[in-house]
Design a protein around this ligand. Structure first.
Ligand SMILES: NC(=O)c1ccc[n+]([C@@H]2O[C@H](COP(=O)([O-])OP(=O)(O)OC[C@H]3O[C@@H](n4cnc5c(N)ncnc54)[C@H](OP(=O)(O)O)[C@@H]3O)[C@@H](O)[C@H]2O)c1
Length: 317
């Protein structure tokens, strides 16, 4: 009997070095007890598994999973998956959930206020036992530029607008957001940067956006500007940021993502007082809410229907 029940269970392959398989298994089972989320190390019949939930592919690869009908990224981005390693023709979706939008927006707002109110400066003053009076800035003098106006960038831009900051946004194609000055395409990037005292990067990482936070970009921003990177480490040329800080172009940065994660202990970023590094914690997906989307995509994949939030692999996001 137990064996029969086991036979009837449908499996979702799970692979992540960051997320807890037990939490996802419980969240999915709470909604659909017949679906079992199985860590890749415990899969006994890979060819029978129809769906995968992946931050990164299993260390052993996906070649044995010949029956996959859909792949769900465990993040809003998909570049950590390395599209070339995924089985050809299997639809891929990114994960969108209110829990992620809320935590990413909170992080962006916290980082903006950290620089806007000079907490970065006063932290250094405190450690140096200095009492250095600086008048508070006014929001009107602190325009924010949001790079990326997708699900996350759009929410961040609206939240910062509602808090009273002048906000501009930049994306690939045109967007309209009330009260936000929207720019599109590389031709409009210089004007966008020139008007941004602080940029929050939340672009998708593609060949066109890799290394976009570089010396040329920093040179177009006003002197003593700030950089907040919550997109991907590949967006930022870290050496260029350090050089721009040394040159006084950039006054400080809050970074959540890095070219190598974990950031190696010998990395120069650790010894820069102007940079706050957080260990890729800006966004957090709650399995209890996001499990609904995963199950919806599981069902769609098995029916052969288009996945929710399907990735356009030609576009790269
Ligand atoms: N740090 C963290 O914890 C964390 C957590 C979640 C996500 N992320 C990162 O956040 C990124 C954004 O997520 P999302 O859900 O907002 O993605 P999304 O909805 O796909 O938005 C991506 C944005 O990037 C823009 N873009 C792409 N290529 C561009 C180009 N060549 N030039 C200008 N703009 C370009 C898109 O422009 P269009 O709107 O014109 O298409 C869009 O506005 C993810 O890809 C991921 O890397 C980080």
């Amino acid at each position: 009997m137990d064996g029969d029940r086991q036979q009837m269970k449908q499996q979702i392959l799970f692979s992540s070095d960051l997320d807890d398989p037990a939490a996802w298994a419980a969240a999915v089972a709470a909604l659909r007890p017949e679906i079992e989320v199985v860590d890749w190390r415990n899969v006994t019949d890979p060819a029978s598994v129809p769906f995968a939930l992946l931050w990164k592919p299993p260390a052993a690869g996906l070649a044995a999973f010949t029956g996959l009908k859909g792949i769900q990224s465990l993040g809003a981005g998909i570049n950590q998956l390395n599209l070339a390693e995924l089985p050809a023709g299997v639809p891929l979706a990114r994960l969108i959930d209110d829990s992620l939008t809320e935590t990413m927006t909170d992080y962006a707002v916290a980082a903006v206020y950290r620089h806007y109110r000079g907490f970065d400066h006063f932290e250094r003053q405190t450690r140096a036992r200095l009492w250095d009076y600086r008048p508070a800035r006014r929001k009107g003098d602190f325009p924010i530029g949001v790079m990326g106006l997708g699900v996350l960038g759009g929410a961040i831009a609206r939240q910062l607008r509602d808090l009273g900051f002048p906000v501009s946004g930049w994306s690939r194609g045109p967007h309209r957001i009330d009260g936000v000055r929207c720019h599109a395409g590389t031709g409009e990037l210089p004007d966008f940067l020139a008007a941004s005292r602080l940029v929050v990067n939340v672009l998708a990482l593609t060949p066109a956006t890799a290394g976009i936070l570089n010396a040329g970009t920093f040179a177009l921003m006003p002197a003593e500007s700030f950089v907040v990177n919550i997109g991907r480490g590949g967006h930022l040329i870290e050496d260029d940021l350090i050089a721009a800080i040394d040159a006084g172009r950039i006054a400080g940065a809050t970074l959540d993502v890095f070219s190598t994660e974990p950031l190696p202990v010998e990395h120069p970023i650790y010894s820069r007082p102007e940079i706050l590094a957080t260990p890729h914690v800006a966004g957090a997906i709650a399995p209890e809410t996001a499990a609904r989307t995963v199950i919806e995509n599981f069902d769609r994949a098995l029916r052969g229907d288009p996945l929710l939030n399907a990735v356009d692999t030609a576009r790269g996001y």
